[in-house]
Design a protein around this ligand. Sequence first.
Ligand SMILES: [Zn+2]
Length: 128
Amino acid sequence: MTELRLVTLATADHGLVTLEEPTWCVGHQHHDAESLRVDLVHAGPAVDCTHLGRELFSAELVQSPYAVSVTPLLGGRTPGVSVWPVGKTLDPAQLYGLAADIDAFADRLRGLADQLARILAEEALGEA
Ligand SMILES: [Zn+2]
């Protein structure tokens, strides 16, 4: 049996707020006591894609238990995955769609690498 985890956070508008802490939340070490209750957010560990020291993509589980927004793709009370720099919070189907787009892009990158290798090999032959 999993013990219920609770976390108590200070807010500017509702004082101390006690929340049930999802098992995937990394905690609230950087919580700002001036936050509004509506802005409280649980976040999971970030999953990053970094190349040559530059962050290309980052994604993390998020949930805002007191969100009032029900705008699709902007987070809310239902857990989702926030994706940067897309700037959207995705559901599972949307996340699979993003992964498929990234797969297709990776294939096109490999195609460009193949093309570039042929061009460079031809140039090397021409110079020989
Ligand atoms: Zn949390």
